[in-house]
Design a protein around this ligand. Structure first.
Ligand code: GLA
Ligand code: ZN
Length: 676
């Protein structure tokens, strides 16, 4: 517990919010006024809401004119919630600067044509603009001074859904050139690293270096420049956040800091952004008007948990129909509860629904809250109430329980950027590559960590490197050591194609990992949607598409062979003993059956158990705590399901059949068993 001036009050909140698995909401007091607070707070208490997020878009009310701050209305709300036992997350409001600010200062980002964006939505600011930076520090500091010792403020959210600073303004150009000068030291080094001799692009003055501005006839800029531009703009966002974090750390002792990421958004380096948080959080919308996110939901949970490798929050959880101009489907009875439990089963500890009540005006009128526009509690309210009650009852078991994984999938921003800059062939995006492995593992109930290349690999029996395209010497060495000491890795096509400057290596592929893989890629064939097939060692066959590497065996053994195309009869998948470990090289992309055979073989060899025969659409995750294991089953579909589960377990939540377990439509079961 933190000592504060009003330490007593802090204790009140902490006590009342004792269960760590809890439900919250986003609330906008500036949309509803003081009177409604008196109705909403009792309703929230009835629903079991324990935390609210506020303030993240309220700049025009917090600083109505330059330098004139008004925190009274927010403070009133914070205190009213706090006194009701509901703690608060405050957002810095920098994702939506007010009209007076833009009238005075031109901080609008420029697009690739150098056209300024205008006022009227949000995010209309360049994060490299000195005035934007200064104003961000100013409003953050003013808020931090005001609320830094408020006993009811538990945490801060920096800005909102930060991404790469997509901007091509003169400030960005200047900052980019400085960033490059700092990185390369001299133009000679930069010219050499980027290979600017191509198309007469050698630079003799830093001022000559362009941003990847719009180019004639869709011509692409140098891939090395594009990679550095993305890294630079990602760094700009990280620095922008860091300036806020430095102020908050200094003025808000005892209050935590986080940010709401967009799960699988890969425009920037989230791992770098995460370095400044106390815990990770993301915004989870499983069904929007633009479609269902399906496997991207559990993957988003694991990606977010991987940011800090510990319990995370859902800062925005879908509360009902989503949509701006168009609406997605209504959520079915039990569905929002199921999504929330699914999040917990992946290691989430606090779930804030977005939002408490549907807004009457503005762009997001149809992004529905727990309450609809009329503010009357109905079905969604009852569902949240039930959820909060269950979280309370199960917290003694589940709070502090951890995900433990034998499998890691490694990803980083450079790989994402690399495939965005040059997708090479349809179907080879990095998330697609990850999902090919992740989906069957998820279906078999195998816990997976999504980790950065800097992670310690030693706790994992299996490390999957999907498309490690831009390969550094250090990372190749790390993988080599991990395998030689007994680890197992899986590599995909396009491993080691580029050096860290996004330049093709001039050694045979898979480049720096060729010795570990024990094969040489003799040639390759981009296939896109064209379908071929392979035969496995056990005679089973499966379909392939997207890409085919023709592999020469150096020291590896073949595990599957191409059956058709110009590579018929040649190895497609191989396995190499390297030191005490094993390296699998998969030269192609397969269908579901392909990964079933391939991954089951690897799991068996690694001694990793997996679950067979789970009904489709059932999520099974395992958490561990003090000698116990907690299996959380979630039916993500509207049809009842029967399962038979081996072993001795005690049911903490759910409905038990005689020898089977019944999962009703969107039903949940939580089982406790001894750790084995
Ligand atoms: C995002 C934002 C929210 C809101 C929702 C719904 O997740 O963080 O402010 O805009 O989407 O559109
Ligand atoms: Zn800019």
């Amino acid at each position: 517990m933190t000592e504060t001036k009003t330490g007593q009050a802090k204790q009140t909140v902490s006590k009342s919010s004792a269960p760590r698995i809890r439900v919250g909401v986003t609330y906008y007091p500036e949309h509803w006024g003081k009177a409604r607070l008196g109705i909403d707070i009792p309703l929230m208490r009835e629903a079991g809401i324990q935390i609210v997020r506020m303030g993240e878009f309220a700049w025009s009310r917090l600083e109505p004119s330059e330098g004139r701050y008004d925190f009274s209305w927010l403070e009133e709300a914070v205190n009213a919630f706090g006194q009701a036992g509901i703690s608060v997350v405050l957002g810095t409001p920098t994702a939506a600067p007010p009209a007076w600010f833009h009238q005075k200062y031109d901080v609008y980002p420029r697009d690739e044509w150098k056209r300024p964006l205008g006022f009227g939505t949000r995010l209309q600011r360049c994060l490299n603009h000195p005035v934007m930076r200064e104003s961000s520090r100013r409003i953050t500091e003013a808020m931090a001074r005001h609320f830094g010792h408020n006993p009811f403020v538990e945490a801060w959210q920096t800005d909102n859904e930060l991404t790469q600073n997509y901007c091509y303004c003169d400030y960005c150009a200047k900052a980019f050139r400085e960033w490059l000068a700092d990185k390369y030291g001299s133009l000679d080094n930069l010219n050499r690293a980027w290979g600017t001799v191509f198309w007469s692009q050698e630079y003799s003055d830093w001022e000559q270096i362009p941003l990847p501005w719009f180019a004639k006839c869709g011509m692409a800029h140098n891939p090395s420049l594009q990679l550095d531009y993305r890294r630079f703009q990602s760094d700009a966002t990280v620095t922008f956040q860091q300036e806020q974090v430095n102020i908050l750390r200094c003025l808000c002792p005892g209050q935590k800091i986080t940010h709401n990421i967009m799960g699988l958004n890969d425009s920037m380096d989230y791992f770098a952004l995460a370095a400044d948080w106390d815990f990770a959080a993301w915004d989870n919308y499983p069904i929007t008007p633009w479609g269902e996110n399906g496997m991207r939901v559990p993957l988003g949970h694991d990606v977010t948990r991987g940011m800090k490798n510990r319990a995370f929050w859902i800062m925005e959880e879908q509360a009902g129909i989503t949509g701006w101009e168009m609406m997605g489907p209504q959520t079915e009875p039990g569905q929002i509860r199921a999504w929330a439990w699914q999040a917990v089963s992946h290691g989430a500890e606090t779930i804030l629904f977005f939002r408490w009540r549907s807004c009457l005006y503005g762009t997001e009128q149809y992004w529905h809250g727990i309450l609809n526009h009329d503010g009357v509690p109905r079905r969604h309210f009852q569902e949240v109430k039930q959820l909060a009650k269950e979280f309370g009852e199960l917290s003694p078991f589940l709070s502090g329980a951890e995900v433990r994984s034998d499998v890691a999938i490694v990803h980083d921003a450079d790989q994402h950027y690399g495939y965005h800059i040059q997708p090479q062939v349809r179907g080879m995006g990095l998330w697609d590559q990850i999902l090919r492995f992740y989906t069957p593992l998820w279906r078999w109930g195998v816990n997976v960590d999504l980790v950065s290349p800097a992670a310690d690999f030693s706790p994992y029996r299996l490390v999957i490197l999907p498309g490690w395209y831009i390969l550094s010497d250090e990372f190749a060495d790390k993988v080599r050591q991990y395998v030689s000491r007994g680890g197992t890795v899986v590599m995909n096509p396009r491993t080691g194609v580029k050096n860290i400057d996004n330049v093709c290596v001039q050694i045979p592929l898979p480049g720096l990992l060729r010795d570990v893989a024990g094969i040489t890629v003799a040639e390759y064939s981009p296939m896109a949607e064209k379908v071929g097939s392979v035969q496995f060692r056990d005679q089973n066959t499966a379909s392939i598409s997207v890409w085919a590497d023709q592999l020469l065996l150096d020291t590896a053994e073949p595990f599957a062979w191409y059956r058709d195309s110009i590579y018929a009869g040649k190895p497609a998948v191989t396995c190499n003993d390297f030191g005490k470990g094993k390296a699998w090289y998969c030269g192609t992309f397969g269908d579901e059956g392909f990964y079933h055979i391939f991954l089951k073989q690897i799991l068996n060899e690694c001694g990793i158990s997996s679950w067979d025969g789970l009904p489709k659409g059932t999520s099974v995750r395992t958490l561990y705590r003090e000698g116990k294991r907690y299996t959380i089953l979630v039916n993500l579909e509207g049809q009842e399901k029967q399962l038979s589960l081996p072993g001795d377990w005690k049911m903490l939540l759910g409905e038990q059949g005689l020898n089977t377990l019944t999962l009703k439509a969107y039903g949940i079961a939580v089982l406790e068993s001894d750790r084995s």
